[in-house]
Write a protein that binds this ligand. Structure first.
Ligand code: SF4
Ligand code: SF4
Length: 273
């Protein structure tokens, strides 16, 4: 169990994944930024008592494309930017933003659920993994996508730790610019992965058909290949490999990244001892 507040860890980033922000069919950074900016400005009028919460909701419902990837998961209209610099996303109904008034009583889930929800990352992500992610990422869009993808994070750490034969010491990683840069490149695959499946609604490892969802497996047999050691990462990245060559390229890309990380870590570790 990690004791860091993963939802709002610092002034430079935050997560609002469980409020449904990645569940819009158009969940690109640009599109979410536009949504949140409009909502944030409109919500100022609620705080100034120029608009009721009901009017706010009606305007948002009328204006926004609410199409969801997975229809059963709610996409909350009250997510907006929490700071002037627009670096943190989160709940605009929270009492800290409303002079102590907890407006979450008006939310779809209700105050208790909104207040008390802690996603599985709190249980599964270990302290050293969280520390490295928090130091590497200062970008709400990428941070939320990474911190909630347990397979993506844990597979990376498992592979590098198996190769190094020791647990990763977060202090070594966060004090070495090269290691941080390599880890950032790994996280950046979330938005730059060239093998992303765009043929059907995907959400990381899941694919959706109406109300139904399943885990999208990679058909290695059809590609004439063995299961990749990076399979959980590839699945998390919503990969679709059309040919064996595509898979080879993906394996090489990941291998280079992991190797670089391990070489840099070993060199840094030697310096420290
Ligand atoms: S998905 Fe997890 S880390 Fe993100 S806001 Fe929700 S509870 Fe916090
Ligand atoms: S009301 Fe609940 S679901 Fe909506 S943004 Fe706030 S915490 Fe998230």
């Amino acid at each position: 169990m990690v004791h860091i507040h993963l939802c709002q860890p610092d002034e430079k980033k935050s997560c609002a994944a469980c409020c449904g922000i990645y569940n819009y069919v158009d969940n690109s950074r640009n599109s979410l930024e536009k949504r949140f900016l409009y909502r944030t400005r409109l919500f100022v009028r609620v705080r100034e008592n120029l608009l009721s919460l009901k009017d706010y909701q009606d305007i948002i419902r009328h204006r926004e494309n609410a199409k969801r990837i997975y229809t059963t998961i709610y996409t909350c209209e009250f997510v907006g930017f929490l700071d002037k610099g627009r670096r943190r996303v989160g709940c605009m109904l929270h009492p800290m933003l409303n002079k102590g008034d907890d407006l979450r009583t008006r939310s779809f889930y209700g105050r208790e659920i909104c207040d008390g929800h802690f996603c599985p990352s709190y249980q599964k992500i270990e302290a050293h993994e969280a520390r490295v992610i928090l130091d590497a990422l200062d970008d709400w869009y990428l941070y939320g996508a990474v911190i909630t993808d347990i397979d993506f994070v844990k597979t990376f750490f498992r592979i590098v730790q198996d190769r190094l034969g020791e647990s990763i010491d977060a202090r070594i990683v966060v004090t070495r610019p090269k290691l941080m840069e390599t880890f950032r490149r790994f996280c950046g695959l979330k938005t730059s992965w060239p093998f992303r499946d765009t043929t059907r609604p995907r959400f990381g490892k899941y694919y959706f058909v109406g109300e139904e969802y399943d885990i999208a497996r990679i058909d290695y047999e059809a590609l004439g290949a063995r299961v990749s050691p990076y399979d959980p990462i590839f699945v998390s990245l919503s990969s679709l490999f059309r040919t064996g060559q595509d898979l080879e390229r993906a394996n090489r890309l990941m291998e280079t990244l992991i190797e670089e990380f391990c070489d840099e870590y070993e060199a840094a570790d030697r310096c420290d001892h």
